[in-house]
Design a protein around this ligand. Structure first.
Ligand code: NAP
Length: 299
């Protein structure tokens, strides 16, 4: 039986795999999508010590190569359920039951959606959640980014390299992004902040043509003509699979810095865990801690 199954091959998952396998455990790394996690959508990573300016995609590839060196590679597996209660942990797919002695959950988080009219309709026809993936389709055009965090500002910066104009729509006056991103944004003449507005409706024909914006301060609604909208309003944790078994807090798996959950032998690492700072490096740190804790648990 496998010692530890790691669910999710993002930064936390790869880090956990490297630490667990080096601790002598047998490891399976399960991923339902592309490996790498959220970082693959980041154009430039500039805050991971030792790797300034690396692209998110390259960072993910390096993690893959690093884990491969220890003979761990992500397996494409879609889990449909799990039973974490006993000493043998069971992970279910449509066709098999995977059994293991310990589980590290590193499922991360998914893009939060606006939930406004037009969002679903124009998804893939002007509405995108990934500037690095889809930005090239908007070369020379005017687009909008919605959000006030680091992702929104980095998306706006990335898009401003090739788009004519980038509106940065944010629901309040102050941004929560880092000073470095804020200063870079202010230095770009073709990024135009649209503050104190939210996107009320996305309108168009075959593709996005207009955004109907609602004021958060009582001002008039306004219409913004754009060819695309990049939604960057944060993430929600991927924990549906574990509801009713693990203790959750605001949807996140409740676990401290030791990554231990309420079930012995089950650990939570990275963005899926209750924590204050969600960064690449804290995801990597969580993976290391969870890998070591799994080895201790199984010793
Ligand atoms: P975030 O920090 O949670 O920011 C989400 C933004 O969207 C906030 O400005 C929020 O507004 C806004 N928002 C949320 N719900 C909204 C809604 N329904 N309508 C309109 N606006 C809405 O998300 P993120 O920028 O994706 O970043 C996630 C985490 O990754 C953060 O910890 C971030 O620091 C980290 N990250 C770091 C880097 C980096 O270090 N280079 C790069 C990317 C991401 P309010 O501000 O009003 O709440």
């Amino acid at each position: 039986m496998t010692d530890v199954c790691i669910i999710g091959a993002g930064t936390a998952g790869f880090s956990a795999a490297i630490y667990a396998v080096r601790a002598g455990l047998s490891v399976r790394l399960l991923e339902n999508s592309i490996f790498g996690g959220q970082i693959v959508y980041t154009p430039d990573v500039d805050n991971y010590p030792g790797l300034p300016g690396i692209s998110g995609a390259n960072f993910a590839m390096k993690m893959f190569e690093h884990a491969s060196k220890f003979h761990v590679e992500p397996e494409t597996v879609t889990l449909t359920g799990c039973d974490l209660s006993g000493p043998v942990k069971k992970l279910f797919t449509d066709t098999e039951t995977i059994e293991c002695r310990s589980v590290i959950i590193a499922t991360g988080a998914s893009h939060r959606k606006l939930g406004c009219p037009g969002e679903e309709e124009f998804s893939g026809r002007g509405v995108s959640y990934c500037a690095t993936c889809d930005g090239m389709f908007f070369r020379g055009k005017t687009v909008a980014v919605n959000g006030g965090g680091n992702t929104a500002l980095e998306d706006a910066l990335f898009l401003s390299n090739n788009c004519e104009k980038v509106y940065l729509i944010h629901r309040r006056e102050g941004f929560r992004a880092d000073a470095a991103n804020l200063n870079a944004m202010k230095a770009r003449e073709n990024i135009i902040p649209v503050l104190n507005y939210t996107v009320k409706e996305i309108q168009g024909g075959d593709h996005v043509e207009n955004l109907l914006l609602a004021s958060t301060t009582g001002a008039e609604d306004r219409v913004l003509p754009v060819s695309g909208l990049f939604v960057a309003i944060g993430f929600h944790p991927n924990t549906e699979l574990f509801e009713g078994q693990l203790t959750l807090e605001n949807g996140y798996i409740k676990a401290g810095e030791d990554c231990k959950t309420n079930i012995p032998g089950v650990f939570a690492a990275g963005d899926v865990r209750t924590k204050e700072v969600r960064q690449l490096i804290t995801a990597a740190a969580d993976g290391a801690v969870a890998g070591v804790q799994a080895a201790k648990f199984l010793a």
